[in-house]
Design a protein around this ligand. Sequence first.
Ligand SMILES: NCc1[nH]cc(CCC(=O)O)c1CC(=O)O
Length: 307
Amino acid sequence: MTHRTLHIGTRGSPLALWQAEHVRDLLKSGGFSGDIDVDVFSTAGDRIKDKPLREFGGKGLFTKEIDDALLTGAIDLAVHSMKDLPTELPAGTIIAAIPERGDVRDAFISHKARTLQDLPEGALVGTASLRRQAQVKRIRPDLRVETFRGNVQTRLRKLEEEKADATLLAYAGLTRLELTRHATAVIEPEEMLPAVGQGALGVACRSEDQEVIDWLKPLHHRPTEIAISCERAFLARLDGSCRTPIAGLAELDGDRITFRGMILKPDGSEWFETSREGEHIHAAALGTDAAAELLERAGPDFLVDLD
Ligand SMILES: NCc1[nH]cc(CCC(=O)O)c1CC(=O)O
């Protein structure tokens, strides 16, 4: 029916490529019969290798080049990890599909201990995520944390090279890369709350590209969208920069949604958490309301003081 060739833009990491190819395969099984190309982009975030990314402060450090290509028409679709996506999307683009979410949990990976609790006193945990650093310190204040960057494979290699005693990675990423054998333990959300959007993908396209929007419809998973809308409303209300440890998870059970959200000091010495339960139609309002409560309880300086 269509002879249009679709171009999917993605970053070049093995995980990003897997995700783009996954969306390509979903489009094909959804009935798209034209050609689909996967085009790889290097983003500013990919080029900065030696410094903690938060020093650059910019939201969308991993998405700008791809957003621009989408807007100029060089590509038609962009596949993002939902958790890396800023709450405000570039004008002229929309997330037209959110496929079914994968595992939301973090994995604990270590050659020295079987769980976070089992790590010897003072052990070093390497992770680039402020959220994971803060929660590690919350659970085990004696542990040391250090920034650990690079893609999933790089981090596993750094662990082999004993650059740290343990690391944490999203179980969804390990699953996609067929690396779950490296997971020493899976951490339940009750113990370590995942990042907003963890395990979910967002497929972006131009807002006016109705043809692509229609092709994306079969990929969309409404229950995932509802959970994500709650979590991202929470994030948006907190207006958190990437300097702020924020965690949040919404889960759907029929028409009911339950949400848990948390903000922490980077050193894990202080945190505020709350939960909400309600009808799925109120998903976004529950997230916003939970954030407002945390901001109120934490006080105006809690988030700004983190810089
Ligand atoms: N920030 C990097 C990133 N973005 C998405 C994933 C994995 C997949 C996901 O969490 O959705 C990862 C790697 C990780 O956190 O271990």
